[in-house]
Design a binder for this molecule. Structure first.
Ligand code: HPA
Length: 269
């Protein structure tokens, strides 16, 4: 695996004309930020050696390099989900490559189902913490030399970046919620009883991504900031039906605000 990571990183380094220290992962329906990247150049996942290929509708599947908020950045449009059948090593492969490329800060985004009764559809939730409910751990197996065997997780999401996001949201009058993200395998959305359970266990939102990537980023010493777009609500008195199309539409409506916050954070950090 380590050889493959280095092979992919070398292939990219040979072709890169910028030196990003910041990477962004764009979640379901959250690809708009990509169109704001200037002086951009990109690589389709299918052309990058060893890269898995994304299969989900709404995930284009490319790495984009360029400038955002005046800084060199790289963005992943389309991520790999465990429910698609990828192994945890494949799901987190791009993070390992990012580390080899010199990435120091990772911005992650996703769509999720809100369980906190204070949330509305279209809300942005800063991820303060997460609960890992994936059936397999991304660090399972021989330890990688990027971090310790038993990594500390007392601050998975960087508190300074969270404070910066709050300041920017206040300035720009953007409603910004906070909460705990529960990461699950999917691909089913939750039953009413499951939403209630995850909420009782301390979750504010539930989704099918992010947690594996964040764990591996932390294992590499990469700082992480996460935003979840609340695309549907679960666990309340009256169960509501959820569809992938609704999730995409809600994400699409919320994404200009997410883009605004992330761009400004990158400019100031
Ligand atoms: N549950 C799990 N994943 C999701 C949801 C949800 O309600 N909404 C968007 N992704």
């Amino acid at each position: 695996m380590y050889g493959k990571i280095q092979e992919t990183a070398s292939w990219l380094k040979e072709r890169m004309t910028t030196s990003p220290k910041t990477a962004i992962i764009l979640g379901t329906g959250l690809g708009q930020l990509a169109s704001e990247i200037t002086e951009s150049y990109e690589f389709s996942y299918k052309d990058i050696p060893n890269f898995p290929v994304s299969t989900v509708e709404g995930h284009a599947g490319k790495l984009i390099f360029g400038k955002l908020g005046g800084k060199d950045i790289m963005a992943m449009e389309g991520r790999f989900h465990f429910y698609e059948g990828y192994s945890m090593k494949e799901v987190t492969f791009p993070i390992r490559v990012m580390y080899e490329l010199g990435i120091q800060t990772l911005f992650v985004s996703n769509a999720s189902g809100g369980m906190n009764p204070g949330f509305k559809i279209g809300d942005l939730m800063v991820i303060n913490d997460h609960i890992n409910f994936f059936p397999e751990h991304p660090l399972n197996g021989p330890n990688f030399p990027t971090g310790p065997r038993f990594p500390d997780m007392h601050e998975p999401y960087d508190s300074e970046l969270i404070a910066l996001a709050d300041n920017i949201a206040k300035e720009k009058n953007i409603r910004l919620m906070h909460g705990v993200y529960v990461g699950v395998q999917g691909p089913t959305f939750e039953t009413p009883a499951e939403y209630r359970m995850y909420h009782k266990l301390g979750g504010d939102a539930v989704g099918m991504s992010t947690v594996p990537e964040v764990i591996v980023a932390r294992h590499c010493g990469i700082k992480v900031f996460g935003i979840s777009v609340i695309t549907d609500l679960g666990g309340f008195e009256v169960p509501v039906k959820v569809s992938h199309e609704e999730v995409q539409e809600a994400a699409n409506n919320a994404q200009p605000f997410m883009t605004e916050i992330m761009r400004e954070m990158i400019r100031r950090s």
